[in-house]
Design a protein around this ligand. Structure first.
Ligand code: SAH
Ligand code: SF4
Length: 392
C-alpha cells in the first residue's frame, strides 16, 4: 500500500460561491426528478420513462455526461446537457493508510469540507460517510464536536460521497452490465462520519433511499447503519421512513456520566432513549441495535459499568460495539488499557451479548472514529495556536 503525504494545502481557502447555473440532478428523489424534468419541458407522458433511464445512467452505471446516455434521443440529450448537471462533491485529496483504509477530503459548495472513509475488510467494505459539516452537538470525546463551522449536507452531497468512492474504487458496472455481476467493494454504508444524521433527517433519508433503490446503487437496507447520539423524536421516524439498521452512541451507564460525555442526554436521558429503542426492531423489522460504547480510561470502563450496561439493555436485541477511544490533538481522555477493554467485553459476552471490540482503522491518517475534522479547521486551529504562542 502506498501512503500519500499528509494534507498541507488549503490553509487559506476562501469559501467560494458557486455560480448560479443548471440544476444538479444528483440527490433528487424519483418524484422530484420527474417534476424537474416536466418543469423543464419533458412531456408528462414520457416523464416516468425518462426518469427510469436517467436514474439508471446516474446511479447504476455512474455516468455523468448526458451525451453518453445513448438510449436517449440525441436532441433530448443536448437539451438535458443545457439545463442540468450531474455533479458530485470534489475530492481535494486522498490518503491511504498502511492498513488500506482510504480517507477522502471532499469539498462541497461554499468551500466547506467533509471527510469520507473507506474501510476494506476481508468479508466486506464499509464506507463511512458524513451528514453535516461539523456537528452542533458537543460530545466531550469527539473531535468533530469541536468544529465550529456547521451546515447540513444536501441529499446530493450525501449520496455524492458514495458515488465518489465508487469512482475511486472503480466500482461502477459498465453501461449495460447488470448489477450484481461482480463482488461489491462498498458492501456497507455507515453514517458515522461527521455530523448527527438525525439533525439532517430529510436529506439523509432521501440520500439513503437513493442508495437502496434497486435500479441503482442497490444496497440493502440491512447494509446501511445510521449512528445517532440519541435524538429520540427522530428514531421512530428512522425506522418507518428509512428502515436501516440503527447504532446508538451510548457510552455511559448513568445519566451523570452520560450528561458529560454525550450532552444531548440532558434533553433525552438514558431511560427515555431506551424506551424508544425498545420499539425500533419491531418498527423497522430489523434484528439488532448496535450500542456503541467508547472506552475511556477511568471514566466509563469499570466492571460495574459493564454490569449496569447489561441490565439497562435487557430485552432489547442488541450488539455492543466497544470502541477503544481514538485520541486527537488536545483530547481530554485516554484510551482504556487493553486488559480493561477485554475484561469489559467478557462481562458483556457472558451476559449473552455479542461484544466485538472495534479495531481502530486508519489511525495513521486520522481516519478513525471521532478523529474527523476538516483539514482547514485543523489548520486554522493550529494557526491560532501558533499565533497565541508568538504572543499576538
Ligand atoms: N453523530 C453520530 C454519528 C457520528 S460519530 C453519533 O454520535 O452517533 C460516530 C461514532 O464515533 C459515535 O459512536 C461516536 O460516539 C464515536 N466517536 C466519536 N469520537 C470518538 C473518539 N475520539 N474515539 C472513538 N470513538 C469516537
Ligand atoms: Fe456530533 Fe456524534 Fe461527535 Fe457527538 S459523537 S459531537 S453527535 S459527531
Amino acid at each position: 500500500m502506498t501512503q500519500t503525504a499528509p494534507i498541507t494545502q488549503d490553509v487559506l481557502t476562501i469559501p467560494r460561491k458557486l455560480p448560479e447555473g443548471p440544476v444538479n440532478l444528483v440527490g433528487l428523489t424519483r418524484d422530484t426528478l420527474r417534476e424537474v424534468l416536466i418543469a423543464h419541458g419533458t412531456p408528462e407522458k414520457q416523464a416516468k420513462m425518462r426518469v427510469n433511464q436517467i436514474w439508471q445512467w446516474i446511479y447504476q452505471w455512474g455516468v455523468r455526461d448526458f451525451h453518453a446516455m445513448t438510449n436517449l434521443a440525441k436532441a433530448y440529450r443536448a437539451e438535458l446537457a443545457e439545463k442540468f448537471v450531474v455533479a458530485i462533491p470534489e475530492v481535494v485529496s486522498k490518503q491511504v493508510s498502511a492498513d488500506g483504509t482510504r480517507k477522502y477530503l471532499v469539498r462541497i459548495a461554499g468551500g466547506h469540507e467533509v471527510e469520507v472513509v473507506y474501510i476494506p475488510e476481508t468479508d466486506r467494505g464499509t464506507l463511512c460517510i458524513s451528514s453535516q459539516v461539523g456537528c452542533t452537538l458537543t460530545c466531550s470525546f469527539c473531535h468533530t464536536g469541536t468544529q465550529k463551522l456547521v451546515r447540513n449536507l444536501t441529499a446530493g452531497e450525501i449520496i455524492g460521497q458514495v458515488m465518489l468512492a465508487r469512482d475511486d474504487l472503480n466500482e461502477w458496472p459498465k453501461p449495460g452490465e447488470p448489477a450484481g455481476e461482480r463482488p461489491r467493494l462498498i458492501s456497507n454504508i455507515v453514517l458515522m462520519g461527521m455530523g448527527e444524521p438525525l439533525y439532517n433527517f430529510d436529506n439523509v433519508r432521501d440520500a439513503m433511499k437513493i442508495a437502496m433503490d434497486g435500479e441503482g446503487i442497490s444496497l440493502s437496507r440491512r447494509r446501511i447503519t445510521l449512528s445517532t447520539s440519541g435524538v429520540v423524536p427522530e428514531i421512530a421516524k428512522t425506522a418507518e421512513e428509512i428502515g436501516c439498521l440503527l447504532a446508538v452512541s451510548f457510552h455511559a451507564t448513568t445519566d451523570e456520566v452520560r450528561d458529560t460525555l454525550v450532552p444531548i442526554n440532558k434533553k433525552w436521558n438514558i431511560a427515555t432513549l431506551l424506551e424508544t429503542l425498545r420499539d425500533y426492531p419491531r418498527l423497522s423489522n430489523s434484528e439488532r441495535i448496535t450500542f456503541e460504547y467508547v472506552m475511556l480510561k477511568g471514566v466509563n470502563d469499570s466492571d460495574a459499568d459493564a454490569r449496569r450496561l447489561v441490565q439497562l439493555i435487557k430485552g432489547i436485541p442488541a450488539k455492543i460495539n466497544l470502541i477503544p477511544f481514538n485520541e486527537w490533538p488536545g483530547s481530554p481522555y485516554q484510551r482504556s488499557d487493553w486488559e480493561r477493554i477485554e475484561r469489559f467485553a467478557d462481562i458483556i459476552y457472558k451476559a449473552g451479548y455479542a461484544s466485538p471490540i472495534r479495531t481502530p482503522r486508519g489511525e495513521d491518517i486520522m481516519a478513525a472514529c471521532g478523529q474527523l475534522k476538516s483539514a482547514t479547521e485543523r489548520a486554522r486551529k493550529s494557526r491560532a495556536q501558533i499565533e497565541a504562542e508568538v504572543g499576538h
